[in-house]
Design a protein around this ligand. Structure first.
Ligand code: IPD
Length: 274
């Protein structure tokens, strides 16, 4: 960060404005009917015209407000113009609609997820459930919040009593492996939840509405903002064996639960498979 990089709080302010505008567009387009549905990595991995329109709109706003920043978005990748080295040291990481399958079906559980990274570290993030208006925010070192309330995660310490959220990728072979892990984990936890929105899963864990979360195969835009929200709520967010959270595995849990959940997942080879 140099003297010209805005404070993380300033970046969060921009992120919240962009996410709210993006969420409004997603909702409006949903009300008009889902269109432009196409598939991506597999036949079940969908993208809609709204994913693309929301991303375009968010990128245009970010470009107008912060022209020197880089933007990594789910649908268009590294938006042309400013790469990470190309300017300010700030990179925005955007999932325009996380939970696209819920969006497609009209399930009120899909989110705009936007994080700001400075010199490679996520310093601010917002996740907004576009359907309900629930909004979670965090600034590194300053805590995580929803509706003005500071978040502290779950106080559960017993994995056997823990409600654990997870998700599945789109590739059938990967899903089969993930289902095998789940099959062998579920006897050791209270129960499992699959909401279909990784960014919101992380925020629910931050809020203590689930006790923990894990998933293999996430992209940065799925977990950058929600991961910061969970971290700032006091959760440990990591991969296996001290690895950073990433495509191999993201585990988020309060410190007392992290170890037992991690060890089960390591034993079950949760980061393995395709
Ligand atoms: C997906 C959702 C889902 C998770 C998948 C993600 P998308 O994102 O977050 O909950 O299980 O791994 O790919 O495709 O809806 O943006």
């Amino acid at each position: 960060m140099d003297g010209t990089t805005p404070a993380p709080e300033e970046l969060l302010k921009i992120a919240v404005e962009v996410a709210r505008e993006a969420a409004e567009t997603a909702c409006r387009m949903r009300a008009d009917g889902v269109s432009g549905v196409a598939t991506k990595s597999t036949v079940t991995d969908v993208v809609t015209a709204a994913d693309r329109a929301v991303e375009r709109q968010a990128v245009a706003t970010l470009r107008a407000v912060r022209p020197g920043d880089a933007v990594l978005g789910e649908e268009y990748g590294d938006a042309e113009g400013a790469g990470p080295a190309g300017g300010s040291g700030v990179r925005w990481i955007l999932d325009p609609i996380d939970g696209t399958v819920n969006y497609l079906y009209g399930l009120p559980h899909y989110a705009v997820s936007l994080a700001a990274e400075v010199d490679g570290e996520v310093v601010a993030g917002v996740v907004r459930n576009a359907a309900t208006g629930d909004e979670w925010t965090a600034v590194r070192g300053r805590g995580a919040y929803r509706a003005g309330q500071r978040l502290h995660g779950s106080v559960e310490t017993d994995l056997g009593q823990a409600l654990v959220a997870t998700g599945f990728g789109y590739d059938p072979a990967r899903r089969a492996h993930q289902a095998g892990v789940l099959h062998r984990l579920i006897p050791y936890v209270r129960d499992i939840r699959r909401f279909g929105v990784a960014s919101i899963d992380l925020c629910l864990a931050a809020e203590g509405l689930v006790d923990g979360y894990y998933e293999k195969g996430l992209n940065l835009w799925d977990h950058a903002a929600g991961g910061l929200v969970a971290t700032e709520a006091g959760l440990r967010v990591d991969g296996l064996a001290g690895a950073a959270p990433g495509p191999d595995l993201v585990i988020a849990a309060p410190p007392a639960l992290f170890g037992p959940l991690h060890d089960h997942l390591a034993r079950l080879d949760a980061a393995g498979g395709p």
